[in-house]
Design a binder for this molecule. Structure first.
Ligand SMILES: [Zn+2]
Length: 291
């Protein structure tokens, strides 16, 4: 049996332990995801019960000294993630309410509304916000749709009647082209004939799409008037391992993928290097060869 227990401990009130800087905020998210992943790693091994304690501050639910007074909003990170129901942001980072300012949209792409929400957090919550995170995930439906449009352009007709949906697909298709080029460079011009080509294309596009969005956001945030730039990182949540990292960018420890968030590529050369790295991982080689 597994229990996730929210506990208020007056001695260890979270509000007094807000991250002091971007590195602290990043570490807190990585530690939270590691805890989340480890908890469920033990599922096949445990016969008794396992309890996970999540500390929280009741003031974040409105239990304030003055009855009826709303709690002050003070997230330490902004997270732009996909709307996918399998990727609940606070849960996978082991976080409680009022810790993350979450914006979710299919394919974690940037549009005017998305950017507006982030701009709001940056301008109004700057006192507490230390980090901007873009989170993609494996098996993303929006990325899969864009890959299928790239492989079979006729499928674009399925989205022809929906301008909003086309807007999302169009943004990701650009990244799919880059992923396809990286696969060609790494595995030869006939890579598209390999059985796992579509799946490999999806995997690489997911990571590159998150990296591109993080890069674009970092540029946008740098342009925000009157505020110091907020550090921006990105990662990919793996639905199978429950861990957030960037494939090919981390060392594995003890045979398991290490949790980590990464800074986005700074320029076009860095993007090309990332694409080559993603296309050359053992994971992609296995996917390409898998039936
Ligand atoms: Zn998705």
């Amino acid at each position: 049996m597994f229990e996730i227990v929210f506990r208020y401990d007056a001695e260890r009130c979270r509000a007094t332990h807000m991250p002091a800087c971007a590195a602290d905020a990043c570490r807190r998210l990585e530690d939270g995801n590691r805890d989340f992943a480890h908890l469920f790693d033990t599922v096949p091994l445990v016969r008794g019960s396992v309890r996970r304690l999540v500390p929280f501050d009741p003031r974040d639910l409105g239990f304030t000294e003055i009855e009826g007074m709303a709690p002050k909003q003070h997230p330490f990170a902004i997270v732009l993630g996909c709307s996918d129901a399998r990727v609940p942001t606070e849960l996978i980072f082991n976080k409680w309410c009022n810790e993350l300012f979450v914006v979710r949209v299919a394919g974690n792409v940037l549009g005017a509304d998305t950017l507006g929400s982030i701009d709001y957090a940056v301008s109004q919550l700057r006192e507490s916000v230390k980090l901007m995170v873009v989170l993609g995930h494996s098996g993303c439906g929006a990325v899969t749709a864009a890959v299928d449009v790239f492989l079979k352009p006729a499928q674009y007709l399925a989205f022809a009647t929906s301008h909003p949906l086309r807007t999302i697909i169009d943004r990701v298709v650009v990244v799919v082209r880059g992923a396809a080029r990286a696969l060609e460079l790494a595995h030869g011009a006939d890579v598209s004939h390999q059985v796992g080509y579509r799946r490999a294309l999806i995997e690489i596009t997911v990571a590159m799409n998150a990296a591109l969005t993080a890069h674009t956001l970092a540029q946008e945030l740098r342009r925000s008037p009157g505020t110091a730039p907020i550090a921006t990182v990105y990662g990919v949540y793996d639905l199978a391992t429950r861990r957030v990292n960037v494939p090919g960018m981390v060392q594995t420890s003890g045979g398991e993928a290490e949790v980590s968030l990464q800074a986005p590529p700074a320029d076009i050369d860095a993007f090309a290097a990332l694409a080559r790295r993603l296309a050359g991982t053992d994971g992609v080689r296995m996917v390409l060869a898998a039936a």
